[in-house]
Design a binder for this molecule. Structure first.
Ligand SMILES: [Mn+2]
Length: 413
């Protein structure tokens, strides 16, 4: 399996012009308060090419006319700090995990970098300059770029992000397997949570049941879980999860396990009481119909925008039938997000461009929703799907979602 990381590096090097260097940084934990940091989250592009999940590590790849070299830098071992913070990754471990022969300590980075520029003849440097918002905290690649512009103003700095993002958008079998594992743990945790729901008074009690089962499986939450009863479910990113649940409410749970750096992202909506009312059934089945219509459309060549149009088309028909709307334009009052995003090393993974055509190997979510604030009802159903040559494979098909299945599971307790 380690070979996969090596092959990825070789693909990058093959695309790289001569006399270029690529530098990728693992990053480090962000200060939280006093001497406490937020948990370290490894830069996903770095991990994608190295199989290394270790703070401050750096990958250097150099392509010259007669020589290609790949070097991994890891933190110098600090025996005192190790007693406080645990073991640093050793050179041997790093070699083993990454299949990179040349692993050296970070204290050697500056000298190596300068000699590549001066003696070896590197003429441009590629960094990961991903940026979603102008106000984001700069990532390690950007900080390094800033430094380089001061120390080497004439050196061209390029962005390697689009190249890696394009690779990451198409998942290997091993990656799909990891996502599938996350989905399976999510399913277990979902079942535990649902079967305890009738005994839970507050939203956070459901969260506790779900997260208990994740921890029991060595997984962690892929994102801040949403447990939203009634009207709160019409707020897309409600994460307070601190209100009490009424018996006649639907509960929307947007949840996922994360394992081996990969993620799942699943949403289910179910009645607190264990029994859907007739109105809840009617609306729930509209969302389910939109979901099935999207599934029928998924295949290589289709865009995410086209998938979303399928939801709108289905809603136009069905919401007119039940008298909720008269015109297509009213749908946006009740459905105000996209139906799909890419999923992988990040929950909202690279590759999510509205007009980009899907290819086999993409993993996407399918998540139509319907939110009627006046009726205190929010419904979303979300599965994780692999795009295949023939169409799609629903990775979360085992997580129950029909009204009958949900009511049967909830009546068991
Ligand atoms: Mn999602």
């Amino acid at each position: 399996m380690n070979n996969e990381f090596k092959l990825r590096r070789e693909r990058i090097l093959a695309e790289l012009p001569l006399n270029s260097m690529v530098l990728l940084f693992a990053g480090k934990g962000i200060k939280r308060s006093a001497d406490a940091d937020f948990p370290f989250v490894v830069n996903r592009n770095f991990a994608y090419l190295t199989n290394i999940d270790e703070p401050e590590a750096v990958l250097m790849m150099v392509k010259l006319k007669h020589r290609i070299s790949t070097t991994l830098f890891v933190r110098d071992i600090d025996l005192t700090l190790q007693k406080w913070n645990g073991k640093y990754m050793s050179v041997e471990q790093a070699k083993d995990l990454s299949q990179i022969d040349s692993v050296i300590y970070l204290s050697g980075f500056d000298a190596t970098f300068i000699s590549q520029l001066t003696r070896a003849g590197v003429e441009r440097v590629y960094l990961d300059l991903e940026r979603l918002n102008l106000t984001d905290r700069p990532l390690a690649g950007e900080l390094f770029a800033k430094k380089l512009r001061e120390t080497h103003p004439a050196l061209p700095i390029k962005n390697i992000y689009p190249t890696i993002a394009a690779m990451r958008a198409v998942k290997s079998d091993d990656e799909v397997e990891k996502i599938k594992q996350c989905v399976e743990v999510t399913n277990q945790a979902f079942k535990r949570m649902v079967s305890h729901t009738r005994a839970c008074a507050f939203e956070y009690e459901l969260q506790a049941e779900f997260e208990y089962e994740l921890k029991r499986n060595g997984a962690s939450p892929a994102f801040d879980m949403i447990v939203a009863g009634g009207q709160r479910a019409t707020v897309l990113h409600y994460v307070e999860n601190n209100e009490s649940l009424a018996d006649d409410e639907l509960v929307l749970c947007d949840m996922g396990a994360s394992m081996h750096l990969y993620n799942s992202d699943i949403t289910r909506t179910f009645p607190k009481s264990g029994k859907f009312t007739e109105r809840q059934k009617q609306l729930y089945n509209v969302v389910l119909a939109a979901m099935d219509a999207v599934f029928a459309k998924i295949r290589p060549g289709v865009t995410l925008k086209e998938l979303n149009d399928v939801v709108i088309d289905t809603y136009e028909q069905q919401l007119k039938d039940i008298g909720l709307i008269q015109n297509r334009s009213e749908i946006s009052q009740y459905y105000y997000h996209g139906v799909s995003h890419f999923l992988g090393l990040d929950v909202h993974d690279v590759g999510q461009i509205e007009n980009m055509s899907l290819v086999a190997g993409n993993v996407i979510t399918v998540e139509p929703g319907l939110y009627i604030e006046a009726e205190k009802i929010g419904i979303r159903i979300e599965d994780d799907v692999l795009v295949t040559e023939e169409g799609y494979r629903n990775l979360s098909k085992d997580i129950i979602k029909s009204i009958d299945e949900i009511e049967a599971l909830m009546s068991n307790r």
